[in-house]
Write a protein that binds this ligand. Sequence first.
Ligand code: FMN
Length: 190
Amino acid sequence: MKIIAFQGSPRKDGNTELLLNEIIRGAGEHGSPVRTYKLNLMKIRPCQDCGGCDQTGVCILEDDMGPVYDDIRTADRIILASPIFFFGLSAQAKALVDRCQSFWCEKYLLKKPIEEGPFGRKGLLVLVGGMKKEIGIECGNASAKAFFRTISVSEHTVLSFLGVDAKGAIKDHPTALAEAYETGKALAKS
Ligand SMILES: Cc1cc2nc3c(=O)[nH]c(=O)nc-3n(C[C@H](O)[C@H](O)[C@H](O)COP(=O)(O)O)c2cc1C
């Protein structure tokens, strides 16, 4: 099974990364290594709405998204992890999502959705917010749902935590890291 993950926080060793590390550990100990993309360290231009992918489903921008497209196409499990910024995904995560417009063209204009492998295609959204406002989860999940459906992931689960603000504060949460580990384990076994 192929699992890929996108880490959308700019904060190294921050709450998103700590949760994702546990998910990866859970998946890895149950048979599936995870290839992780640290989006903040990558050069990913925002979508230019140039229409370059309309006829082909292939993005014409040349940057670090190149290998990501292949990995999204061939993955069985896809994890999108992001802090909640201004009630939505981080800019790093949103840039990745928007650059999947080429898959949208491929699926909806060219009528060629990505095919499922033997394990099906499933998604996981991880969100962490400093405030205790559900709207951050609702908005982040709305964008993530559009992303997952565009890349032919028909179902995804959400692991989210609110009221976790300071760097590393997720470690003080009574169950979060254990939940993340179990989520990774379940993802690899499902
Ligand atoms: C630019 C910015 C915007 C933020 N906006 C929100 C928000 O709208 N809702 C919220 O719950 N937390 C918000 N936060 C707080 C972060 O979600 C919180 O600190 C989170 O734990 C960061 O995760 P990280 O350590 O993985 O980066 C914001 C933080 C920053 C830096």
